[in-house]
Design a binder for this molecule. Structure first.
Ligand SMILES: *Cc1c(COP(=O)(O)O)cnc(C)c1O
Length: 396
């Protein structure tokens, strides 16, 4: 089928399907076909589609006030910030429109901290190979992915990357000019790889010894996706700065960076800003979303579903050993590492009514809404089973 010409800049190549409505874990396309959504707008629709509480919060705010900008105190900001602070390491919150902006602000905060301390040469940011932090200049330089850097001019100074999980390389890269280490506690785009708890604990030790800051990028793995509100809480380790977005807005574009008192010392009046970040619509939805995400029973539900789904994925690895090399991830951010390019399988699954993502390192990626029930897991795994069977035994 030939695809009609589109006025949209062709940096994506979406399949020929347009969704018209969503309800819970289900999406309905224009032609009436229903799809089980196991990618949730890339870990965004944490409460599924059209969650009644989010719909109500947005509609109520929409009829009251949309925007005043941060030159005024914005209704809802302090309340939501306080909720984040009460449930994390942080002392301050800055609201953004996206994950990239949250990362950008986090990186700026780290450098400004050292600059405010008179450490003007401490600008170096250490990241990890296979990481993803967004598409701004700082974000692509922090992750160092050549495909995202190519053609966009010289690399920015002050960014280096070390191999994932390589403690020795990390230790070697650390020096007197190290400002911060940025890391996703569970790598999303790079291949759905969870960083072991002891690595996060080791990183904290290094940071305290050498005086650099830790930035956790929880844009994808935060917001209760792993069964804890913030993914790093499994390791009992605290960062100095954390970037969040995606799931915290439940589908409304919003993000934030969270900072502890020590790291925040450079971010004084005029040091940073945003026009839209933290606007009243975002705050209304973000607050309603957070109320659900933070409930202990909700987190228990995520853990139960993630155990169920994780075991089922291990089962698929056992059944298709040549094709499925590994079941990976944490909570409801999961992946199957394949021996082949996952894209044809992703398309085959879509044809069978299951939406999934892909990630680097030949990984089929799953990030379902956190409200899924056992029946959805069972259904998704049955479709996966059929598609994997067909992939190893192509039909005539
Ligand atoms: C998606 C993502 C980002 C970028 O977020 P945007 O909202 O697309 O700007 C940054 N970091 C991680 C870990 C992500 O998954």
């Amino acid at each position: 089928m030939s695809v009609a010409p589109s006025p949209i800049l062709p940096v994506y190549s979406p399949p020929d399907v347009v969704f018209e409505r969503g309800e819970g874990v289900w999406l309905t396309a224009r032609d009436g076909r229903r799809y089980l959504d196991f990618i949730a707008g890339i870990a965004v629709n944490a409460l599924g589609h059209a969650h009644p509480k989010l719909v109500e919060a947005l509609a109520a705010q929409a009829s009251k006030l949309w925007h005043v900008s941060n030159m005024f105190r914005v209704a809802g900001q302090e309340e939501l910030a306080q909720r984040y602070i009460d449930t994390s390491f942080a002392d301050y919150v800055f609201f953004t429109n996206s994950g990239t902006e949250a990362v950008e602000g986090a990186l700026k905060t780290a450098r400004k901290h050292h600059s405010a301390n008179g450490d003007l040469d401490r600008i170096e940011i250490i990241g990890f190979q296979g990481s993803f932090h967004g598409r701004s200049y700082a974000a692509i330089n922090a992750s160092g992915n050549a495909a995202y850097l190519d053609g966009f001019g010289p690399r920015l100074p002050g960014f280096v990357q070390v191999p994932f999980g390589d403690h020795e390389a990390l230790t070697k890269a650390i020096g007197p000019n190290t400002a911060a280490v940025i890391l996703e506690p569970v790598q999303g785009e790079g291949g759905v790889r969870a960083v072991p708890d002891q690595c996060l604990q080791g990183l904290r030790k290094l940071a305290d010894e050498h005086g650099f800051l830790i930035i956790f990028d929880e844009v994808q793995c935060g917001a209760s996706r792993t069964g804890k509100l913030w993914a790093h809480q499994w390791a009992g380790v605290e960062p100095d700065i954390m970037a969040v977005a995606k799931g915290v807005g439940g589908g409304f574009p919003m993000g934030a960076f969270l900072v502890n008192k020590k790291a925040a010392n450079g971010m004084t009046r005029g040091a940073h800003g945003t026009t839209f970040g933290g606007n009243p619509l975002a705050m209304a939805v973000g607050l309603a979303c957070f109320e659900e995400l933070a409930k202990p029973a909700f987190l228990e539900h995520v853990t139960a579903m993630s155990n169920h789904f994780g075991q089922a994925l291990e089962g698929l690895r056992d059944r298709y050993p040549g094709l499925v090399l590994e079941a990976r991830g944490k909570g409801l951010l999961r992946g199957l590492k394949l021996s082949v390019d996952p894209k044809p399988l992703q398309a085959a699954l879509r044809d069978k009514g299951l939406l999934v993502g892909v990630a680097g390192d030949n990984v089929l990626r799953f990030a379902p809404p956190l409200i899924i029930g056992s029946e959805h897991v069972t259904q998704a795994v049955a479709i996966l089973d059929t598609a994997l069977a067909e992939a190893i035994r192509p039909q005539a």
